[in-house]
Design a protein around this ligand. Structure first.
Ligand code: ACO
Length: 224
């Protein structure tokens, strides 16, 4: 497997990969019924492209010469820069969204994030935000997601970030991030996320039971 930074000429192929995998089978997307396997979603594609433009994202490409899937994108980790005020702004903008399913998902993520001020808590100006972790179903269970997280941390370090953050929506992504030194900072049980009438907003399927916000601080030699 070859791991590389995602350059502009790969953006369309990355979106295609996400349509076939993450858009349909990430736990919150699935609970909201956001899209069918292979189908697109305007807002999620816009969110993904905006993240790609920060040029911190990595893909795993199948470069085995003897593989029938030679050249296929096996997995991606899309990382973006998060600055103070970005989440408030994104939440305001979300109110104009016409996609009620997308809105349900991102309202949960943004409101949860806004319960804590990571910038003040860790005394940082910018955060390396791990937004999308996705492995093609044909390549799962081979350690690709773990390696993508490990490489994302390298990129963060090379770019001088002091804090990485991720909103992990399922039990496996939570486990993968913890195995790479991330720590759970806060969490929200899906069963307790309800509307005014007491109905569960996102009926996420087992074994996924909660959203977890995880962080990892990076230390440098000249840090005190
Ligand atoms: N069942 C059981 N264990 C699993 C599963 C599974 N479905 N998926 C991963 N694991 C465990 C592995 O056993 C392994 O544990 P180990 O190190 O103790 O052996 C560990 O998690 C690492 O697994 P990887 O092989 O690195 O994970 P993989 O490459 O299969 O990708 C991922 C996992 C990204 C969750 C993939 O299943 C996927 O794309 N799912 C749909 C999208 C999604 O949910 N993404 C995460 C959302 S959160 C976010 O994006 C920030």
């Amino acid at each position: 497997m070859e791991y590389k930074l995602i350059s502009v000429d790969y953006y369309e192929r990355v979106i295609d990969h996400l349509r076939g995998n993450f858009f349909a089978d990430e736990p919150l997307n699935r609970a909201a019924g956001l899209c069918q396997q292979g189908g697109g979603n305007r807002e999620l594609e816009h969110h993904s492209l905006a993240t790609l433009q920060d040029q911190l994202s990595i893909m795993a490409v199948d470069e085995r010469k003897d593989s029938v899937n030679y050249g296929q994108i096996a997995g991606v980790i899309l990382n973006g820069v998060l600055r103070s005020g970005d989440t408030e702004q994104a939440l305001d903008k979300l109110q104009f969204s016409c996609d009620s399913n997308y809105k349900k998902i991102f309202e949960l993520l943004y409101r949860h994030s806004l319960q804590v001020d990571l910038f003040a808590r860790y005394n940082v100006q910018r955060i390396f935000d791990v937004r999308i972790l996705s492995v093609d179903s044909r390549y799962r269970g081979q350690g690709i997601a773990k390696e993508l997280v490990r490489r994302a941390e390298q990129v963060a370090r090379e770019s001088g970030y002091h804090l990485l953050k991720a909103d992990a929506t399922g039990i496996f992504s939570q486990k993968i991030l913890r195995s790479q030194g991330f720590e759970a900072f806060s969490e929200q049980l899906y069963a307790k996320y309800r509307d005014d009438e007491g109905r569960i907003i996102l009926p996420v399927e087992a074994p996924h039971i909660k959203l977890q916000l995880l962080t990892k601080e990076l230390k440098y030699e000249n840090d005190h």
